[in-house]
Design a binder for this molecule. Sequence first.
Ligand code: GH3
Ligand code: MG
Ligand code: MG
Ligand code: MG
Ligand code: MG
Length: 308
Amino acid sequence: MNTPADPQFDCCPIRSRVLVVDDDKLIRTLICEFLTREGYEIVQAANCLEALELLEDPKHKFKFMVTDWELPDGNGIDLIRHARHLVQSHYMYIVMATSHGNRENLTTAFNAGADDFLTKPIDRSELIARIRAGQRILNLETRLTQLANSDELTGLPTRRVFEELVAKEWSRAQRYRLPLSCVIFDIDFFKRINDIHGHKAGDQVLREVSRVFAASVRKSDIICRYGGEEFCALLPETTSAQAYIWADNFRKRIAATEIILDTAVVNVSISLGLAEPLSEMEEFTDLIEIADQCLLEAKGNGRNQVVA
Ligand code: GH3
Ligand code: MG
Ligand code: MG
Ligand code: MG
Ligand code: MG
């Protein structure tokens, strides 16, 4: 019987990186061969030290670690404990592979943080089946993170994610004395859209404004839906003068966008407030507050404008 394709695999991120730790080169090569054919990218380590160095390097972002128990400079159990501590930006699925496959060892490995256990000699189908089981868990994690980090209506990052990313960018800018600008904008007379065309049309406008917003920034810019019809952008390495040019062009772009609703075609305008860090500013929230005051001023001055 033909089984349907597993939907969890269809979204399997191709070339997930696997760290294979074993002092036996033959075993490493074997695992490497099996998993490379499955589309994984393998990095090898022959001992704990090598493994820890690789885990510490954030560029690798290992999704899996397959580790041996006995290693020349320590054991896989301690390595797993360290690895769990080191890798916290995402979930790494850990498989302990050993010839000491008794119940006591199995329990010890799981208690140390292993997700699965593989008894040597390694069987190709079993290894692949176990890695696939792990991949299902990782795919769920990716999906959940995506859901938790993006706004349901617009798909933009949420304010929480924005504030996390901004905190990092803020300290980087302070440390290296880099310029930085913050822009907050709010759709003008948005309530009217809801009142005249209905809430569903209002949602469509929010989606369209968000789409143009996301398409108008650089990859390095940090953006979010800040609140109902309010949005925020942090522009790293951008002076206030440069940010003003961006903000005003973006304002024009939004005003020129025809938004096609079910029953009408509308245009909306936005008001924007812009701020850059002042020497006495301690926290990023102070920057947002100033940008917010500028936004209020833009509203007071008649809307559809940028105030810095
Ligand atoms: P102003 O130019 O001063 O900003 O006027 P405004 O009408 O845009 O501002 P106001 O704050 O009075 O109204 C904002 C409206 O945005 C009220 C709220 O119901 C609506 N809103 C907030 N979130 C959503 C949403 O997710 N979908 C829809 N359709 N409307 C929303
Ligand atoms: Mg060994
Ligand atoms: Mg308002
Ligand atoms: Mg508004
Ligand atoms: Mg508002």
